[in-house]
Design a protein around this ligand. Structure first.
Ligand code: RP5
Length: 149
C-alpha cells in the first residue's frame, strides 16, 4: 500500500489471505516517497516467488500502474477512498491504464475482492487452494439461500 493510512482498508485483503492460508507480505511502498524501493520490490517480485501483487493507493494512486510496468506478476489495484474526491481520483488513476500494462482494478475500497482475486489467481496452480475457494463459494451461496427476512 502507498501509505500506512491505507491499512484500515487494505486489512480486508489481508484477512482474506489469512482465511485461505495464503502466505503474503504486507508493505508500505510509496511511488512518490520511496520510488527506488518500489522499483526494487517490483523487479524482484517474480524471482521471489510472488504470485500476485495487491496494490492499494489513494489520490494520484500510481503505485499499481508503476509496479505493473516493472513486473509480469499480475497486479490488482485497490483505489482507496479519499477525503477530497471520495476515491474517484484513486479509481480513475488506477483503472485507466493505457493498453499494454494491465492492472486488475477493484471497486473503491474493494480490498476484500482484491484478496479473493489474488486467491483465484493462485488457485489456478494450487489444487488445495482451489478446493478452499469452491467451499467458500458454496458457503456464501448457502448463506444467501438460508436468509430469512
Ligand atoms: C497515497 O496518498 C496513499 O496511498 C494514501 O492513500 C494517500 C495519502 O497518504 P498519506 O498522506 O496518508 O500518507 O500515496
Amino acid at each position: 500500500m502507498g501509505s500506512a493510512s491505507d491499512y484500515d482498508i487494505m486489512s480486508a485483503a489481508i484477512k482474506v489471505l489469512e482465511d485461505f492460508g495464503v502466505e503474503y507480505e504486507k508493505k508500505v511502498i510509496s511511488a512518490h516517497r520511496t520510488p527506488d524501493l518500489m522499483c526494487e520490490y517490483a523487479k524482484s517480485a517474480k524471482e521471489r516467488g510472488i504470485g500476485a501483487i495487491i496494490a492499494g493507493a489513494g489520490g494520484a494512486a500510481h503505485v499499481a500502474g508503476v509496479v505493473a510496468a516493472m513486473t509480469t506478476v499480475p497486479v490488482i489495484g485497490v483505489p482507496i477512498q479519499t477525503k477530497a474526491l471520495g476515491g474517484m481520483d484513486s479509481l480513475l488513476s488506477i483503472v485507466q491504464m493505457p493498453g499494454g500494462i494491465p492492472v486488475a482494478t477493484m471497486a473503491i475500497n474493494g480490498a476484500k475482492n482484491a484478496g479473493l482475486f489474488a486467491v483465484q489467481i493462485l488457485a489456478l496452480t494450487d489444487k488445495a487452494l482451489e478446493e478452499k475457494l469452491t467451499a467458500f463459494r458454496k458457503e456464501q451461496t448457502q448463506k444467501v439461500l438460508d436468509t430469512e427476512i
